[in-house]
Design a protein around this ligand. Structure first.
Ligand SMILES: [Zn+2]
Length: 289
């Protein structure tokens, strides 16, 4: 919310980028009106999630043109919501929006957070907006911000850094970001990834004094406690790997980013599972060559 307001004050006066949830929608309109009395001509959907465009109906009532990636429209047809009207204009790839002397570049580089999420770039102002990807000063929201494609979420940090920007708008928590924030989160995510992979590797290695994760010793007690329950045994395996990953990651990052103790475990669980089924590191459950 704060980000969106700050964005509005420094951006093209006839453009509005994205609205937040309905309870705050009126505040956004008031914020826009605090910096311009020009008509609001366009509304760009950053992505389809309700916590970011759930107040879109307020602007739709005023006759603005809603622009979105075609996949955002598709997602909105799956979960229809009168608070999030379908866009009037859709596109594939990229779209450039010119209004008076202002330009917004709308780029789609794949589902880095969800299908249809846009990188919204104001070249004149060197402002980049990508919602629910980087969280300046904080770890991401749970499960890598509910990433629907984990590999794309991880790669997105490099995509972001290819843009020439000074200010980054992430859409959550309490401040704007910059390139350093993107690099810090990239390092954190890479650590979680590495620690998840190490946990899988250890589970596929012989047990010893420093390896409590070996499948040879880990699975027996879990199976004994959950006889004839395959899913319970597997959940116990993933839980143990997640706990290892979270402990190692938290030791390094606690105090360096906000909420390391809150969400690191969920990020580890996401990357343990993604390492297995997306990246193909199946460990003891893979095809043994
Ligand atoms: Zn989202």
């Amino acid at each position: 919310m704060g980000h969106t307001n700050q964005c509005s004050s420094s951006l093209p006066k006839a453009l509005s980028w994205s609205t937040h949830h309905r309870l705050r929608g009126e505040n956004i309109l008031a914020a826009i009106r605090s910096v311009t009395h020009l008509p609001i001509s366009h509304l760009v959907y950053s992505h389809f999630h309700a916590d970011h465009i759930g107040a879109a109906y307020l602007l739709a009532k005023k006759g603005v043109t809603i622009i979105a990636h075609e996949l955002t429209e598709y997602e909105l047809t799956i979960t229809p919501d009168p608070n999030r009207p379908l866009p009037h204009v859709t596109f594939k790839g990229s779209h450039t929006l010119h209004v008076d002397n202002q330009t917004l570049q709308l780029d789609y580089h794949g589902p880095v957070h969800c299908p249809g999420n846009l990188l919204i770039y104001a070249p004149k102002h060197k402002i980049l907006m990508l919602i629910d990807l980087v969280f300046p000063g904080w770890v991401p929201f749970a499960n890598l911000a509910e990433a629907q494609n984990v590999g794309m979420f991880v790669k997105a940090h490099d995509l972001i850094l290819k843009y020439d920007f000074k200010y980054y708008i992430g859409g959550h928590v309490n401040r704007l970001g910059d390139r350093k924030d993107v690099l810090i989160q990239q390092e954190y995510v890479q650590d979680v990834y590495n620690n998840a992979r190490t946990a899988i590797l250890l589970s596929n290695s012989p047990p010893n004094a420093t390896n409590p994760l070996s499948i040879n010793t880990l699975l027996g007690p879990i199976q004994a406690a959950n006889p004839n329950n395959t899913w319970a045994s597997f959940a116990g395996y993933v839980d143990a790997l997640t706990e290892y990953c979270a402990n190692v990651t938290t030791q390094k990052w606690l105090g360096k980013l906000g909420a390391v103790d809150v969400y690191t475990s969920s990020h580890c669980e996401t990357l343990v599972e993604s390492s297995r089924i997306d990246y193909g590191y199946l460990g003891p459950f893979g095809v043994q060559g």
